[in-house]
Design a protein around this ligand. Structure first.
Ligand code: 6GU
Length: 225
């Protein structure tokens, strides 16, 4: 018997909408990862750090312009709270201006062993002074979301599923290195063999693994990137 020490990964999220995360983080693989003690999620409600009796978190921009910005005081206080809990965690801010997320970064973060604090903005943006506390600015693509929450969930899912031990055999090194962001995809079929006259290609029923591999290679398309 050899006992292996695995550090539980901590992921904290600063958001005005913590309830948005429960559907994603408390189901499927993210739920399993928590259950196995491999990851722990902690939601921090930015509203708890708002100013005054109305717990204000946003204000109008100096110099004019539309919309509201998240104020520095509540954001700093929320990050400081997260750092008390996890002093060495990396701070990541979700912004369409950030570095474009990709599979290779998910793999690095999963392997790297760091813990993370995600800051999710709403409204038109953040007071720039929050960047003093930020290690990384991340975006998930060239489109604008109403808030950083969906982007943070996307990133968390893509990292956590790669943490060693989270997935079973279905996440074998072979399958993952094959995918590797440059997903080669071939068509797949399950039962029944004949569904409403649409038949599974004969070769896949042949049991001839060399022929099947050849068919899959010929029918793989490189994803558009
Ligand atoms: Cl990280 N945030 C927002 N608001 N929109 C985005 C994004 C992030 N990534 C792509 N679009």
């Amino acid at each position: 018997m050899s006992a292996k020490l695995v550090m539980m990964r901590k992921i904290q999220v600063i958001t005005l909408f913590p309830e948005m995360f429960s559907g994603v983080l408390n189901n499927s693989m993210m739920w399993k990862a928590q259950n196995q003690g491999l990851v722990e999620f902690r939601m921090i409600n930015l509203r708890d750090f708002g100013l005054g009796p109305r717990r204000q978190v946003d204000d109008t921009p100096y110099g004019g312009g539309d919309g509201m910005l998240l104020m520095p005081e509540p954001l700093f206080a929320a990050v400081e709270d997260a750092k008390v809990y996890d002093p060495t965690a990396k701070v990541v801010i979700m912004t369409p201006r950030g570095r474009r997320w990709k599979q290779a970064i998910a793999q690095e973060w999963a392997d790297g062993g760091d813990n993370y604090i995600f800051i999710c903005g709403r409204y038109e943006g953040y007071d720039e002074r929050i960047m003093q506390l930020v290690d990384e600015q991340v975006s998930i693509g060239d489109y604008v979301l109403t808030g950083g929450e969906l982007a943070a969930m996307t990133i968390i899912d893509s990292v956590v599923r790669l943490i060693p031990g989270v997935l079973g055999g279905e996440n074998s090194a072979a399958i993952e290195s094959f995918s590797d962001g440059e997903t080669l995809e071939f068509p797949q079929y399950t039962r029944p063999e004949d569904f409403r006259g649409m038949k599974v290609p004969e070769v896949l029923l042949s049991g001839n693994h060399a022929l099947i591999a050849k068919w899959r290679a010929e029918n793989s398309l490189k994803s558009e990137k």
